[in-house]
Each structure stands twice: as C-alpha cells, then as structure tokens.
Write a protein that binds this ligand. Structure first.
Ligand SMILES: Nc1nc2c(c(=O)[nH]1)N[C@H]1C(S)=C(S)[C@@H](COP(=O)(O)O)O[C@H]1N2
Ligand SMILES: [Mo]
Length: 415
C-alpha cells in the first residue's frame, strides 16, 4: 500500500516535470512585481465580474455590429441586397440602436479592461499554442474595440480629427474586432459560464479574507461595482437617446443633437456654405434636370410648384444616430419618372450641385424611386426649404439613411 502511494507520487512528479518541459513556462525567478502570486488582491478583479461584463459586451457588440453591417449594406449595396422603402421607421430604428449600443458599450468596456487587466500577468504567460492565439487576439480585440468606440464617439460629435475615411476605417476595424471577439469567446466561454453560475474558478481568485480586506479598503463590493457599471451604461444611453427618441429630449444631457433645434425646427448636417453650393443654390438660373437616355426635361422651381404637390411627415435619420421628423411638401419622384416615360422599375441617380464630397449624390433603387412618399421636396414645415435644408430642392424619402437624402439637387439621371 505504502509502496503503491510512493510510486504514484513519483509518477505524478514525473508527469509534472514533463508537462513543464513541454509547456512554455519560463523560470519562476522571473515572477516579480505584478507577476507575483496574489499580486492583485481585490475581488473587483474576479473572474465573475469579468464574465458578467463580458456577456454584456458580447450583447452590445453583437447588436452594434449587425446594425452597422445593415447600415453599411444600405449605403454600399451588394448585388443581392435591396433595402426596401418600407417600413418608414426601420432605418431610423436601426441607426438609433447602432449608436445607443455603442454608447452603452463604453462604460462596460472600460470596466472590463480594468477588471481583467491583472490577467495580462498570469503565470505561466504562455501555456500552449491555443493560449498564444488567445493572447494575440487580445491585441485585435482591445485595439479594435477602443478604435470603434472612440472613432464612433468623435463621429457623432461631428469632430473629425483624422485624415482617413471614417466609414471605411470603421467598417474594416469592425471585422477585426468581431473576428478577435469570436476567438476570445471561444477561448473563454466555458470559464465565463462556470463563473457566473457561482463556482468561481480558483485561478486568479483572492481568498475571502483578502476580498473582505479589499472591500474594507475600497468601500466597494464586487456586486456593488458591477451594479454601478451597469447603471452608468444605462445612464449614458438614456441621456443620449433623446437625440432620436423625442420623448427623452428633456434629459438628453449627453446628446450631441437636439432633434428640435435648427433652422425650421430641426438640425442641419452639412450647411450650404460648407458644401460650397450657396451661389449655385441661390441662382435664378437654377433648373431641375431630368435625364432619361437622350431625353432631357428641365424644370424651374415655379414649374415644379405648379405640379401636383404631395405632403408627408418623414424623419431625417442620420447615420450619426440623431433623427428628426418634419412635414415635407413637394413633387413625387414617381410623377417625374412618368413624365419622362421611364419604365416601371427604373432606378434613379440623384446628383447635387455640390462639386465634391462623398454625399454629393445618392441612388434611388426601384422601390425607393417609385414609392409614393419619395419626394423632390420644395417646402418643409410650411415654408420654402431653408438653404441649409437643401433649397431649392432636395430628396426626401421613407426609410433612407440621412446621407442618402440628397440636398441641393441639380439633376436626376434615370438608369
Ligand atoms: N448634397 C448633400 N446632401 C446631403 C448631405 C451632404 O453632405 N451633401 N448630407 C446628408 C446628411 S449626412 C444628412 S443627415 C442630411 C441632413 O439633412 P438636414 O441638414 O436637412 O437635416 O442631409 C443629407 N444630404
Ligand atoms: Mo447624416
């Protein structure tokens, strides 16, 4: 019996030696500073908190990614994708959720990074190839997440302190972030599920005596910290969502835009001056040109006003997350298409007077071009369009991103 035990022990020791040799574990002499055992005592760094924050971020990032892909697809549609003109509110909803989930992620991400950073110093630093992949993916995950949230925040604050194309960088970084997230979730799922179910893994855990000490020093418990983070996330979301959800305008302390403030009662995204169209837009020589093959129809603003006018309440739903409803009045695009004999199902390219810029033109797919509520608007909220809202004529249609509601129209090209 005794002999059996002894040989078992020897066997275990031999296995342990072999494991250590096979693993990439460096010498224990290197365990200094934050690498020491028990260097991080606070229970606020517990796996349980890291797991709860991880699940919350998985939810907000997934929502943000999917709504972002939809918005990108609408603006750069692949052949197989057509965004419908109905329901009217769908793009507005998509974009509100996109920006809100990004904002909600900010406190969650900061808390997650702080909670989990001691894991940078785990020992051994590298156990095997899978562990290496997991650790390298963190570069993409942390870097990508920070890039997405910071660039998104600056963008909705209308501050563009960069040279690169925001939509392109934001799109490609989203893939890097989500790719790394998938690797991370794969590596951590089992640990995270076990942690939230209550059985805290011993790894990296502090003893309850240490935890009690940390709590007494900090005055904050593990649960209290988590609750404060979730509350902060909710609060920043509630105080920005008023930029698109009018009933909460009143508490929109952090909202970059108030949907009721601007000329004619709603915000402007690009002014006529910054688009460089002021003279052309005010010129008495302005005409709306409609090109259909070799055929060309030219209309003055007065002639447009003499055509049947149609009125509709539609929102401008900016990709930057604000939206505002207005009462638009003007000529149906479909009436103009019929006037030049366009075949049903024809698409339209809408070009503005603006000499350059990504949003100087937009395309109307068939469902948008022929929708009875898609207008060449001449008036808004009972007045002739303000020049910053697109005078002499602008496009407005249901279920379109703001960037595709082209202002200061020069011509319609039927394709
Ligand atoms: N020609 C032109 N039209 C444009 C833009 C632009 O930059 N150029 N910006 C778009 C964007 S991003 C939005 S959100 C809406 C804003 O319309 P508004 O300023 O009337 O609210 O106009 C769109 N139409
Ligand atoms: Mo916009």
């Amino acid at each position: 019996m005794v002999r059996r035990d002894r040989s078992n022990l020897k066997e275990a020791a031999r296995k342990e030696r072999a494991r250590r040799q096979a693993s990439l574990t460096p010498s224990d002499h290197l365990r200094m500073g934050p690498l020491r055992e028990g260097a991080f005592k606070s229970e606020l760094h517990s796996t349980k908190n890291a797991a709860w924050l991880g699940f919350a971020l998985l939810a907000t990032f997934s929502i943000c990614f999917i709504t972002g892909l939809i918005s990108h697809g609408i603006q750069n549609p692949p052949d197989w994708f057509e965004w419908p003109s109905r329901p009217v509110w769908l793009y507005r909803f998509n974009q509100s959720i996109h920006v809100a989930s990004g904002i909600a992620s900010i406190p969650l991400l900061l808390a997650k990074l702080w909670t989990a950073y001691p894991r940078l110093y785990i020992w051994p630093p590298l156990e095997n190839a899978a562990h290496l992949v997991e650790r390298v993916s963190l570069v993409g995950l942390v870097g990508g997440s920070l890039f997405m949230l910071v660039s998104g925040m600056l963008n909705i604050s209308l501050w563009y302190p960069w040279r690169f194309s925001f939509p392109r960088a934001h799109f490609w970084m989203a893939w890097i972030t989500i790719g790394s997230l998938i690797v991370h979730v794969g590596a951590k799922w089992a640990t995270a599920v076990a942690a939230v179910k209550g059985a805290e893994p011993t790894e990296g855990r502090s003893t309850s005596a240490q935890a009690g000490l940390a709590e007494a020093e900090l005055g904050v418990s593990r649960r209290g910290f988590l609750r404060a983070v979730f509350a902060t996330s909710g609060l920043v979301t509630l105080t920005t969502i008023g930029q698109t959800f009018a009933p909460l305008r009143g508490i929109g302390l952090l909202a970059p835009r108030d949907p009721k403030i601007g000329p004619q009662g709603f915000p402007v995204n690009k002014t006529a001056i910054s688009a460089g169209v002021t003279d052309l837009a005010r010129s008495p020589d302005w005409r709306l040109k409609i090109l259909h093959g070799t055929q060309k129809l030219t209309l003055t603003r007065e002639e447009l006003l003499r055509m049947p006018q149609h009125e509709v309440v539609l929102p401008i739903s900016c990709v930057e997350g604000w939206s505002a409803e207005a009462l638009w009045r003007g000529v149906r695009v479909s009436d103009l298409l019929r006037a030049v004999g366009a075949r049903p199902g024809a698409e339209v390219l809408v070009e503005s007077l603006q000499p350059r810029g990504s949003y100087r033109s937009s395309k109307l797919s068939a469902s948008h071009a022929w929708d009875p509520d898609t207008l060449i608007a001449l008036e808004v909220n009972g007045e002739a369009l303000h020049i910053d809202h697109g005078f002499p004529a602008r496009l407005v249609g249901p279920n379109r991103p703001g960037v595709m509601q082209t202002k200061w129209i020069d011509k319609l090209v039927i394709v």
